[in-house]
Design a protein around this ligand. Structure first.
Ligand code: SF4
Length: 269
């Protein structure tokens, strides 16, 4: 069973979303000069930025090593936060986690898995019944369709077992590389790539490990930079790094061990 990291509490995405909207530019809300004037006589200022380096410098072993070392120190045993007891439960939980917090999914799945413990149970469910069970995770129509479709395929084509290869996983309805990497890596320990969720996508860009525009292409960049034996752990570490430190809206740059090598334009220091 996946263990839940017990660490300092941070506001989850749902909690943040419920707060009043803040100005996107924090300096607009709290104007104070931080950098140089943009034009003579102008009152506008910009944060001082480091000069961009050649792309190869951002992905050099000399820069990657401290990134891996910092992640190892911060999250030496990073694991998937979705509660599960087997590969099928993790597959269902991962499908439910799209556009939803892991906390919310973990509230829904205990009753769900207790009531419907096997792929056969899910394959036999009607769409409206499953929709009702998972409604609070959002996008419940598509998620129910994917879960029922994937369960039917697992029962008919894979003997009731979640398959163990990327190629087979991608034949399941609603399963793309991110979900497949989560299940194969976490449940089976098979390194097939790097999980690229919203946190990994954002941090790969902030740390300039990739400038690609889709998760699939970012993953292809990352698997060239990270050795296969680190693929599974690296994905989980970066996800936790995104949750605890390098958050989307307000990264804790003053507490970040990577601050000295980070040239992200939206750094807060
Ligand atoms: S310095 Fe800030 S933006 Fe850069 S990696 Fe750290 S938390 Fe993220």
């Amino acid at each position: 069973m996946a263990r839940k990291l017990k660490s300092t509490k941070i506001p989850n995405d749902a909690a943040r979303a419920s707060r009043p909207a803040r100005p996107r530019d924090r300096h607009a809300a709290n104007p104070r000069p931080r950098g140089h004037a943009t034009a003579a006589g102008s009152s506008k200022t910009t944060a001082p930025r480091r000069k961009a380096k050649p792309k190869a410098e951002y992905t050099s072993p000399e820069r990657l090593h401290p990134i891996f070392a910092a992640l190892d120190k911060l999250f030496p045993h990073a694991q998937c936060a979705l509660h599960h007891k087997n590969a099928f439960e993790l597959l269902v939980a991962t499908i439910l986690s799209a556009q939803c917090t892991d906390e919310r999914v973990n509230k829904v799945t205990p009753h769900l898995f207790q009531t419907y413990p096997t792929p056969q149970d899910f394959a036999a469910l009607s769409q409206p019944v499953l929709e009702n069970e998972i409604r609070s995770t959002g996008f419940y129509r598509n998620k129910a369709k994917s879960i029922i479709g994937a369960s039917k395929k697992i029962v008919t084509d894979f003997g009731g077992q979640v398959p163990r290869t990327m190629e087979e996983m991608l034949t399941l309805p609603g399963v793309a590389r991110k979900t497949a990497n989560v299940v194969l890596g976490t449940a089976y320990g098979i390194p097939t790539g790097v999980v690229v969720d919203t946190h990994v996508f954002r941090i790969a860009h902030r740390l300039k490990l990739s400038d690609e525009g889709t998760p699939e292409k970012v993953e292809q960049d990352l698997i060239k930079l990270v050795s296969p034996e680190r693929w599974i752990l690296f994905g989980h570490q970066v996800i936790w790094f995104g949750r605890k430190i390098c958050a989307a809206r307000k990264p804790l740059c003053t507490e970040c061990p990577l601050e000295t090598i980070c040239d992200a334009p939206d750094k807060t220091v």
